[in-house]
Every structure is written in structure tokens, then in C-alpha cells.
Design a protein around this ligand. Structure first.
Ligand code: ADP
Length: 735
């Protein structure tokens, strides 16, 4: 058995103590400890952790523990600023030097750096060749550099940035300093390249699990992207959503469409002035904006750790891009949803874009080949019907351990198969044959629908036997089916600006009935929210969560920082679950470090106490402790409770069967009522009491329960009032 030396024990204790003091976390996530140790021991390292894996902590902790100043290289000002804001809220001294500062501001910060007062200095890669800056950090004897988004150094990566190449000089200039590279996406080739380019010596290589269990992945056939995206956005009311589109125009049109339907949405792309972009970014971080619609090429600066949904209005050009973009969802570890609206037409679009950009490259053929390969992988992932979690993990060279992830469209059984798909395919293919394989999808679908267009009249295609053969269909849905046939290789779409549909051997096999075809369509039933977020909402008082979020919002506004740097959603949910009524209990909530306890504890505890008093809730709830790490599975006890309520079981029966407290069981029942909207709740509240409570609610209005409780002279318990109030909401009679 390996023995642990006393020195290691004390180092580990110091790590935990520091992490608790500044960030309020009791435990480290996988690989964080080794990464922090590498920083402390000044051993070069390459750390590959998925987005949300907790990379920042790995380079933030060593400098604080060793009381030294480290330098972090980061590609974007907005990312640096958010980190510095977040660190300062934790009482951690850090700064960023960037081009957005005035000369006077820079000088002031440089003086503080020279005095050794900061633990971390963030800077862009360009600054690493600025001799003034290099002399400054030499003077303070910087001993460690962290390179964030290190894949930007590699040609083989998907986001090469020439300025990163200059970082190769660091080893010459600072031979005694260690270099720590961090990235979320790196295939084997990119990893080797990072090590080589940065000239890392005997680096500790730490590669985390690529799977993100808190993300629910969905790939949905694109039929009408505006209304499909709107449906998804509506599932995430008042939450942060990022939508990626391929072109600038797409972003503008999508944002306008969402605004027309009452969403707080803005577009974001490289064609805007830096000032416009900054304003949009700030509005998003300040929660004035819920939805940001960005081009894939330009979404990197947009960040918020509480993004609950990432939508791709079209397929990205590689799995690396997809992983990075979709990975911006749920960085706080809480559940989030990633929806990709896919059509085979995206592939053609990328092919033509790749060809255009390759024409400007030195070696166009190589670029086309490499990009084509990446595109092919992405297309297979999107068009295939394999578990998305498995497909992503395996692409990055990791085995996926579960048979059913319970967190993707495939495993959740959300793909709706089109009935009689082969017959439908035969009709489409015959129509392609009838128009002599000389027309594109638009015309072929018009013929099948029996449309009356100039082209149809001119070509006399209204005389064809396939004219109007599918007149009951919808044009967009039919076009999507044509694309699915292309994806499956049973129909060919020629490349170029005016693609036409052609048949191949496989098409004839389908038409001769020698080959079956499967087609799918978006599910007509709406997606159940419950599947996504059951566990991480377990025991959370939703109203208290909302009121603490408002408090957080107000404090963030006072201080001019993004709300999530005050407290992340994970911490706020935990507060709304535990309802700490004292500072001591508040300090035990993960995410509450010493500074935040002293700085914010009173205001949060006061709000929690007031809410509990107004709603008759107990403080310091310990029954429902936090789930270890959220997954998207529905918690077994909640499921069991729902099933029992469905059969009309009483609260007492469910309490006894599940060993849960009355308050928790009653919360389950309130949720059950909200979700299923039963015609009557007589099984749990007798008719007379129901009428009394309903009357009181109508008189004092919906909202906090205390006024209702008082109106009823304290004769009806809060739990009962809550059940009636919820039921009134479901029948639209809450006010
Ligand atoms: P990455 O840079 O890898 O995308 P971050 O460093 O932004 O991830 O961390 C993601 C989230 O996880 C942040 O909200 C951070 O506060 C939280 N986090 C990091 N380490 C821990 C930990 N040990 N325990 C709990 N939360 C953590």
C-alpha cells in the first residue's frame, strides 16, 4: 500500500483549507488536486478537463497557497474580466491587464503588481512579447504561467490563434518558471502539439472525463427553425440561453423573431462594433438579456456559468466546435439542455464555406481534406441514432460506461419514427426519377405536394404520376425527409450552389423494395421538463430560489458585476434547499467562502428567514441533502411518490412508504398537482377546507402564503394552503 508522507498530508490540508476559505468548496473535483499539486510543485502540466470541470480553480489555488504572483494567459478580455470580478468577490487579489484600460489604469495596476499584492495577473497572449510587461514580471520573479484555452496554440485544433505561437518564447525567457496548459478540447494530436509548442518538460498530463452528465443532448430534425427554437427558449423562461447560427444574417433574424414573441434576445457577431458587442455581452452577464444569438465563429466571449440551454440552429462544422459550444451550457454543474436542429443541408453549406476559405489558404487541398474529415464526423454524430453521450465520449477516445444515458433524445426515446417510411421514401425517389434527376429538393417537393408553380407548368410536371402524391404533407417536413434520405446515402445531392437530386444504386434498391428506410420527425408531444432537472431541484423551494436570485441580482447591480460572480446558481439552489437560518448554517453551503460569508451572509440569511416565516416553512432543512452530482435521472423517491399520488395515496401513506418528512412529501404532492393538473384534489384536501382556502386566496391574492394563513386565523396548516394554491394555479384561478 502506498504511504502518504506527512508533508503531502499537510499540503493536501492546505489545499482544502484554501479552497474552503476563498471559494467555500469542501471537496475537490476529479484531477483538481493533482493539477493544483503540479502548480505548487512547479512541475509543467497539461490539464484537459471538459468545460465546467473546474479548470480555473487549478491555477487559482496554487498562487494563493504559495503566496506568489502567477500569470494567466487568456484569449479574451471578457473572460479575464469575469474571472477577476469573481475572484475579487471571494476576497482573492487578482487583476487583468488588457487593451480596454486607459494608460493611467494600467500604470496603477502595474504598480500594485510590482508591489507583489496580486496573486494572479491575467493577460492576453500578445502581452507576453511586450518587453515592458516581461521586465515587470521578471522583477517580481513570476514562477508559474497558466495558459488557458491552450488548444489555440495548435494548427490541429479547431481554434488556432497565431498570437498563441509566441508563447513558445516563455521557456527561454523564464527558464525556472513552470508552465501549466489548460484546455477543454484536445484530441491526442492536439495534446502532443501543445506539449511540443510550449516546450513543456516532463509534464504531468491530466485528462478528465469528457462526458458531461448534467447535459441533456437532443438532435432534432430541422423543420421550421424559428418556431422550433422559440419552443425550446420558452422551456427556459428567465434563464440564460445561447443560440448559435452559421451566418450573421441568421443571428439577426432569429433574435428579431424571438423578440417579436416577447423574449429578451439580441444578436451578436463580428460585424458589430466592439462597443455594441460589449454592451450586448454586459447585458447578458447582468441578466438584462436572456437569449444571445451568436455566430459560431464568434461566440467564444459569451459566457455565463448558469447558461441553461445552448441551441444550435444549424450543425457546427466539427465535433470539437460542438463540444465547446454546447459545453457552455451548465458550467455550474446543474442540469442544462443542448439542442441541435439538424438538416443535411448544413453539410452542403459548410462544404461550400470550407471551399471558399480554403481558396485563400496556402495549401487548399489539405485544408479541404482536414476540414472535410471533421465535418464528416459531425454529420455522422448528428444524423446517427446512437446515444449522444456515448458518441461524444468515444470521439474523444474515452469509453462510455452506461448502456442508457437517460439524458439524450435517443436514450429518452424521443425520436418519433415516421410510419411507412420506406413507402414514403419510394414516393420521393420515384419523383426524383420522374423529373429526370435534373431538379433540386425545392422543385421535387413542390411536385409531390401538387403545387402550382411556373416551373411545374413550364415543365408539364403536373402531368407526372407523382404530381400531388404527397399533397397531405407539409413542405418543410417533406424537405427534411428528403435531407434524411441524402444523409442515409439513398439519395444524392450534388455539390455546388444549385444542388440537384440524383439517384444511386441504393435508391433503386429502395424503389425495388430490397432495402428498408427509417425516417424520423420531431416529436409532436412537447418535451417534459421534469426529465431534465428532477434531481438537482429535489427539495429546492422554487419561490425561495427565485427570491434569492432577485437579491443576488440587486447586489450584482449595486456592485457592477455579473450576477453569477456573487453566487452561482448551484449555491443559490443549495440555499433554497437547506434554508439556513443562521450564519453558521449559511457558511456550510458549498460556494460560501469566508469573504462572502462576512460580506453577504446577513442579507441572504435575513431573506431566507423572512421567506420561511411568510410561508410557514421550517429553517435548516436537513432531510433532503444535496444530490452528489446532478444527473438527469428522475429521483426514485420522487417517481415513487408521483406514482402513489396517481393512485390516490394519502400524504401519510406516502410519508410512511418513502420515509420522507411531511414537508418534503407535501412538496412532492404540490409538484404532482402542478404537473398533472388533476380536476380535483379531494383525495388530499376535503371539499369544505378547499373552498375556505380558495376563498381566502381569492381575497388576499396569490403570492406568499402567510397572508392566507392569517386570513384563515391559523386554522389551516401551510401545507394544505400550498396544495390548494397550486391547484388554483393549474386551473387558472390563482388571483
Ligand atoms: P472550466 O474553466 O473548466 O470551464 P470553471 O473553472 O469555470 O470550469 O468551473 C465551473 C464551475 O464549477 C464554477 O461555477 C466553479 O465555481 C465550480 N467549481 C469548481 N471547482 C469546484 C469544486 N471543487 N466544488 C464545487 N464547485 C466547483
Amino acid at each position: 500500500m502506498a504511504t502518504v508522507s506527512a508533508r503531502e498530508i499537510s499540503t493536501n490540508d492546505r489545499i482544502i483549507e484554501t479552497v474552503k476559505r476563498y471559494w467555500g468548496f469542501d471537496a475537490l473535483r476529479p484531477h483538481q488536486e493533482q493539477a493544483i499539486l503540479a502548480g505548487l510543485q512547479q512541475r509543467d502540466s497539461l490539464v484537459v478537463l471538459p468545460t465546467g470541470g473546474g479548470k480555473s480553480l487549478c491555477y487559482q489555488a496554487p498562487a494563493a497557497i504559495a503566496a506568489r504572483t502567477d500569470v494567466v494567459v487568456s484569449p479574451l478580455i471578457s473572460l479575464m474580466k469575469d474571472q477577476v470580478d469573481g475572484l475579487r468577490q471571494c476576497g482573492y487579489p487578482a487583476t487583468a491587464l488588457h487593451s480596454g484600460m486607459t494608460a493611467a489604469q494600467q500604470r496603477k495596476e502595474e504598480e500594485t503588481i510590482a508591489a507583489g499584492k496580486y496573486r494572479l495577473v491575467f493577460a492576453a497572449p500578445e502581452r507576453m512579447v511586450n518587453s515592458w510587461f516581461l521586465r515587470l514580471i521578471e522583477r517580481i520573479n513570476v514562477r508559474a504561467f497558466a495558459i488557458d484555452e491552450a488548444h489555440c496554440i495548435s494548427h490541429w485544433g479547431h481554434d488556432f490563434r497565431p498570437e498563441y505561437r509566441q508563447l513558445a518564447l516563455l521557456k527561454d525567457r523564464f527558464p525556472k518558471a513552470s508552465i501549466h496548459a489548460y484546455t477543454a478540447t484536445a484530441t491526442e494530436r492536439v495534446r502532443l502539439d501543445i506539449v511540443e509548442q510550449l516546450r513543456l518538460q516532463n509534464p504531468a498530463i491530466l485528462v478528465g472525463d469528457f462526458d458531461r452528465p448534467n447535459l441533456v443532448f437532443r438532435v432534432v430534425p430541422r423543420v421550421d427553425v424559428y418556431s422550433q427554437a422559440l419552443d425550446v427558449v420558452r422551456r427556459h423562461k428567465n434563464q440564460a440561453v445561447i443560440i448559435y447560427c452559421i451566418s450573421r444574417r441568421d443571428t439577426e433574424e432569429m433574435a428579431a423573431h424571438l423578440r417579436q414573441h416577447g423574449c429578451k434576445a439580441e444578436h451578436y457577431h463580428a460585424g458589430m462594433t466592439p462597443d455594441e458587442r460589449r454592451r450586448t455581452q454586459e447585458a447578458f452577464s447582468e441578466e438584462k438579456l436572456d437569449v444571445i444569438v451568436a455566430t459560431v465563429a464568434f461566440g467564444m466571449g459569451i459566457d455565463r456559468s448558469d447558461v441553461r440551454c445552448v441551441i444550435h440552429a444549424a450543425m457546427p462544422k466539427s465535433i470539437e466546435h460542438y463540444q465547446q459550444e454546447a459545453g457552455r451550457a451548465g458550467r455550474d454543474g446543474l442540469e442544462a439542455e443542448c439542442v441541435l436542429f439538424y438538416s443535411a443541408a448544413d453539410v452542403m453549406r459548410w462544404e461550400s464555406l470550407i471551399e471558399k476559405s480554403a481558396a485563400e489558404a496556402e495549401n487548399p487541398e489539405e485544408v479541404i481534406e482536414a476540414s472535410g474529415e471533421l465535418l464528416g464526423h459531425m454529420q455522422r454524430l448528428a444524423s446517427g441514432a446512437r446515444c449522444r453521450h456515448r458518441a461524444l465520449s468515444e470521439y474523444f477516445g474515452q469509453a462510455y460506461p452506461r448502456d442508457n444515458c437517460n439524458a439524450c433524445d435517443v436514450c429518452l426515446g424521443e425520436m418519433e419514427e415516421v410510419a411507412e417510411a420506406t413507402v414514403l421514401a419510394q414516393k420521393i425517389l420515384s419523383c426524383v426519377a420522374r423529373v429526370d434527376q435534373r431538379f433540386g429538393a425545392g422543385h421535387v417537393t413542390d411536385v409531390l405536394l401538387g403545387a402550382n408553380t411556373d416551373m411545374i407548368r413550364r415543365c408539364r410536371h403536373d402531368q407526372l404520376s407523382t404530381y400531388g402524391l404527397l399533397k397531405e404533407s407539409d413542405k418543410k417536413e417533406l424537405t427534411n425527409l428528403v435531407h434524411q434520405l441524402v444523409d442515409q446515402g439513398v439519395l444524392v445531392r450534388t455539390p455546388g450552389d444549385r444542388p440537384i437530386l440524383q439517384l444511386n444504386e441504393a435508391s433503386w434498391e429502395v424503389m425495388r423494395g430490397q432495402r428498408a428506410v427509417r425516417l424520423c420527425k420531431p416529436r409532436s408531444k412537447p418535451v417534459k421538463r421534469a426529465r431534465i432537472d428532477e434531481v438537482s431541484w429535489e427539495g429546492v423551494d422554487a419561490e425561495l430560489f427565485e427570491s434569492l436570485r432577485q437579491l443576488r441580482h440587486g447586489i450584482a447591480k449595486e456592485r457592477g458585476v455579473p450576477a453569477f460572480v456573487i453566487f452561482g446558481d448551484a449555491a443559490v439552489r443549495e440555499m433554497a434547499r437547506r434554508r439556513p437560518g443562521t450564519l453558521a448554517a449559511f457558511s456550510c453551503v458549498p460556494g460560501v467562502g469566508q469573504r462572502k460569508l462576512a460580506d453577504l451572509g446577513d442579507r441572504f440569511v435575513a431573506q431566507i428567514r423572512a421567506h420561511c416565516e411568510a410561508n410557514g416553512l421550517s429553517l435548516d432543512e436537513t432531510m433532503t441533502s444535496a444530490p452528489p452530482r446532478p444527473t438527469s435521472k428522475i429521483s426514485p423517491s420522487r417517481l415513487a411518490a408521483q406514482e402513489m399520488f396517481r393512485q390516490g395515496a394519502s400524504i401519510e401513506t406516502v410519508m410512511a412508504a418513502l420515509g420522507r418528512a411531511r414537508s418534503t412529501t407535501s412538496e412532492y404532492l404540490a409538484e404532482f398537482i402542478m404537473q398533472t393538473a388533476p380536476a380535483s384534489i379531494e383525495a388530499w384536501v376535503d371539499r369544505q377546507t378547499y373552498a375556505r382556502v380558495a376563498n381566502a386566496v381569492r381575497q388576499v391574492g396569490a403570492g406568499p402564503l402567510k397572508p392566507v394563513f392569517e386570513k384563515l386565523d391559523g386554522q389551516v396548516p401551510y401545507d394544505t394552503i400550498r396544495l390548494v394554491a397550486r391547484h388554483l394555479e393549474t386551473v387558472g384561478d390563482a388571483t
